[in-house]
Design a protein around this ligand. Sequence first.
Ligand SMILES: Cc1ncc(COP(=O)(O)O)c(C=O)c1O
Ligand SMILES: N[C@@H](CCOP(=O)(O)O)C(=O)O
Length: 475
Amino acid sequence: MRYISTRGQSAPQAFCDILLGGLAPDGGLYLPESYPQVSRADLDAWRQLSYADLAYEILSKFITDIPADDLKAIVAKTYTADVYRFTRNGGNASQITPLTKLDDGLYTQELSNGPTLAFKDMAMQLLGNLFEYVLDKRGESINILGATSGDTGSAAEYAMRGKHNVKVFMLSPDGKMSAFQRAQMYSLTDANIFNIAVRGMFDDAQDIVKAVSNDAAFKKQYKIGAVNSINWARVAAQIVYYFQGYFLATQTNDEQVSFCVPSGNFGNICAGHIARMMGLPIKQLVLATNENDVLDEFFRTGIYRPRTSAETSVTSSPSMDISKASNFERFVFDLVGRDPVVIRDLWSKVDQGKAFDLSTTVYWKDLPKFGFVSGRSSHTDRINTIRFAQGRYQVMLDTHTADGLKVALEKRQPGVPMIVLETAQPAKFEETIREALGAEPVRPAELAGIENLEQHVVVMDPDVEAIKRFVVERV
Ligand SMILES: Cc1ncc(COP(=O)(O)O)c(C=O)c1O
Ligand SMILES: N[C@@H](CCOP(=O)(O)O)C(=O)O
C-alpha cells in the first residue's frame, strides 16, 4: 500500500515513511492510494474476532511494509484488557471498546478506557509501539512536535514516556484545558517530555506544528515527527473501533448502524468515513460540534469558514474548541473526486484565513453519498444532556460525549441503531459534572489527587521561531 498527498505534489510513500514523516512535504495530508474493500465474507469472518485480531486484519490492509508476524505482535501488545482497563458501566474490558446500551437501538461506545481516559489512547498506544519498532529497526530517533486542546497531549506523553529514541514537545493552549487535563500532562517528570503552554488557542498551536513541519530543512535536521491526527497512523488505528462497534450493535452483517461523533479536528469521524468507504454498513455519520461549529456549518451550508482564534470560544467541552479542522482536507479530497488541484485551490484560501463555498459547485450534489449529517450543542444543551443521561439511563457522560448524545437524539432514524462514540470519561471534566449533577465523577485510584502534583510547563507566545529554538536547545 502506498500513500499519496491530498495536495498531489509529494511522491507516494510507504506506511513506515509516512509514520515518521507526518505531514506530506507539499503541506498536504497522506491518504491511501485507494481504500481497501471489505467483502461480506471478510465481515462474516471478522465478527467473531477479538479486538486485537480485528485490528490486525484491518491494519494489515494499510500497513504492508511491516512483516505480518511483527505487526501481529505489535497489535497484540497494544490492545489488551490491561491497557484499556478503566471500564465503567459494567463494560467488558476484553472487548477493548465495549458498548453501553442506553435504550433500544441507542448505545455509547467506550473509547476512553485507556491510560489517559480519552479516545486518543486507542490510536496513541499503537503509535508508541509502532514508533519504537520502526525507530529500532532503522537505528533512528524522532522529536515529536504536537498540539493539543486537552487530550492528544496526555495520550501522546503517556504513550511515549520513557522511550529512549523519542522526545515529545507538546503545545497546549495556556489556561484553556480542564484542571485534570493540565495536571495529567504537566505533572509528568520524564526527561523526554516537554510541555509548552502557548498564549492562544489550539488552532494557534496546530498552525505552529504545521509551520515547523513545512520547513523541510528544519524537519530533516531535527527529525521532527507528528502525533496529531495529521499523521495517517492515528486515523488508521481509529478505523478499527467502527468495525468493533458495528459487530457489537448488530446480529448480522445485513444490518446498518449510524455513528455519532463529537468532533473538532475531524480525525475521529474521518476514520468513520474511511470505514464506510471500505464497505462497513454505516448508514449515517452524525457529526456533533460544540459552540465552535465550523464543521456543522459546512455540512448544513457547504461553506467552510475557519474562524480566527479571537472568534473561537472557550467552552466546557474544551477538547473540541477547534475552528480549523486539519483532517477535513482528507474528506474534501474524497468529496472532490480526489483532485489535488482542487484541494490546492481550496486550501490556498484556508491558509490565507479565507472561506470556501462548495454549495455552488458540482461536488455538493455528491455529499449525500457520503452519509454525513451534523448538529451542534451548547453549554446549556451539554448540562441538560448530562442530567438526562444520568436520570434516564444512570450513565454519567463527559461533556464531549454529551454533545454527541444531544445531536444523536436529534438525528436518530427509526430502525437504525445509533452508536454515540464516548470520547472521554467524565473524570476529566469534574467542574462541569459538578455543575450538572452536583456530584463528583469517579476516577481511577491511581489518578487520585494528580492536580496536587508539581507541574512542569513553560509558557510561550505562539512564535514559530521561538518554539524552534526551544526544540533545538533540547534535542
Ligand atoms: C474528548 C474529545 N472529544 C472529541 C474530540 C474531537 O475529535 P476530533 O478532533 O478527532 O474530531 C477530541 C479531540 O480531538 C477530544 O479530545
Ligand atoms: N482534541 C485534540 C486536538 C486534536 O488533535 P488530533 O491529535 O486528534 O489532531 C486534543 O484533545 O488534543
